[in-house]
Design a protein around this ligand. Structure first.
Ligand SMILES: [Zn+2]
Ligand SMILES: [Zn+2]
Length: 399
């Protein structure tokens, strides 16, 4: 009589449906519950906006040309970059970036913060590491073809920020996104090829993952020292180089660790180039006219309306029209027009869901700000001026 007892047990557990009886007593243990109190939001004024490029290849990558670290860093200094991460292909040095990119005597700057990192170049796709200090990259290289659960353990032990690179198309990121802290949503000056990366980002955000979007030029080629050193790729230098696009981070201090922390926390915006305006995105939770949170921040929804403010800071084209696309939970929500000038800002109001999660992010289109040092980049970026990271409501920090 073991069989009927087994069946009765299943029916009691709600796992079997008898004819005509709905499966009503199933309880999904993963159903979102009320989010516990969230940590207070960090200061909106106590920090620095720092700009940089998070994806660059020097001569230590075998597919690069005429691009010494000195050349990259001198250029970055000349256009006012605050930080860089030179991310050479680790497979070109069998994982030993520590004795190549980082020990190059040219790996130094008086004004640009140089993160430690590399492009983790694997059979299943590419990712960048960003670290404030040297770490044992060889260990991450060694596990590149292992199961994700093995890779995750090594990543945790190394204490690094891992980021998915150019996640769609060739060398797409064929790993779990649970391994990464950020995603490259804007790779190179060619904005148009990033549409699928944006789609993946929205899917990950919509599933409850608080994942920072960032940029990276992925530039490989520098200016030859003499004409005979030119390669078939030298032309790229005029169209895609340091800062196309530029990633802005709101860092508590002007330090390497603060840059990595800002990337992890999502106080990040991406602009077409270092001279293009920066998209700042704020929310006023109690409608008292004072902003309470910015992109990357996560607050409890109260069921009351929230005022949002999008501000273009920096060199807008005076009198020009900028189109602000607001995306809510992966879908177009609103389109606003801003006019370039001294303070270019627009606002909108909405009530985030309660209960449930909501996120808002913005993309801004308009005229390109001239980048004379990389003149071909403006045409490749088209109308894309900049994008924000999301403002989050009811996202579970322990997810
Ligand atoms: Zn790559
Ligand atoms: Zn690359």
């Amino acid at each position: 009589m073991r069989f009927p007892i087994f069946l009765a047990g299943l029916m009691m557990a709600g796992l079997l449906c008898t004819s005509g009886q709905a499966q009503t007593d199933h309880i999904n243990p993963w159903t979102p519950v009320e989010v516990a109190p969230l940590p207070p939001i960090a200061s909106l004024s106590d920090g620095f906006w720092l700009k940089g490029d998070l994806h660059l290849h020097s001569r230590h990558s075998k597919d690069s040309s005429n691009n010494s670290e000195a050349k990259i860093i001198a250029f970055a200094e000349s256009v006012g970059m605050d930080y860089l991460c030179i991310t050479d292909h680790d497979n070109h040095v069998q994982g030993d970036v520590a004795h190549n990119t980082w020990t190059d005597p040219e790996f130094k700057s008086n004004s640009v913060l140089l993160l430690y990192g590399a492009e983790w170049t694997t059979t299943r796709g590419h990712g960048n590491v960003f670290s404030a200090r040297p770490y044992d990259h060889q260990r991450l290289y060694d596990v590149r073809d292992q199961r994700d659960i093995v890779i995750e353990a090594v990543k945790k032990e190394l204490g690094i920020h891992l980021s998915a690179n150019h996640p769609s198309g060739k060398d797409h990121f064929g790993f779990s996104y649970d391994l990464v802290d950020s995603i490259e949503v804007w790779n190179s000056a060619v904005w148009s090829k990033n549409a699928n990366a944006i789609m993946i980002w929205d899917d990950m955000l919509s599933s409850g993952r608080k994942l920072t979007g960032r940029g990276g030029s992925d530039s490989h080629h520098g200016t030859p020292d003499s004409p005979e050193l030119a390669t078939k790729n030298t032309y790229q230098r005029q169209a895609n180089y340091v800062g196309t696009p530029t990633t802005w981070v709101f860092a508590k201090e002007r330090t390497l660790q603060s840059v990595v922390d800002a990337l992890t926390n999502g106080r990040v915006a991406v602009s077409a180039n270092p001279y293009a305006p920066r998209v700042e995105f704020y929310a006023d939770l109690d409608q008292d006219g004072k902003m309470d949170m910015m992109m990357g921040d996560n607050a409890k929804a109260t069921g009351k309306p929230v005022n949002f403010r999008i501000q273009l800071t920096g060199n807008t084209v005076v009198g020009a029209s900028y189109t602000v696309h607001v995306v809510k939970d992966g879908n177009p929500f609103s389109t606003l027009q801003a006019i370039g000038g001294k303070t270019t800002a627009v606002e909108f109001t909405d009530t985030p869901k309660q209960p449930g999660r909501t996120y808002y992010r913005v993309e801004v289109e308009g005229p390109q700000t001239t980048y004379p040092q990389v003149p071909g980049s403006m045409a490749l970026s088209g109308n894309m001026v900049g994008l924000s990271n999301p403002i989050y409501f009811n996202f579970d920090p322990n997810f």
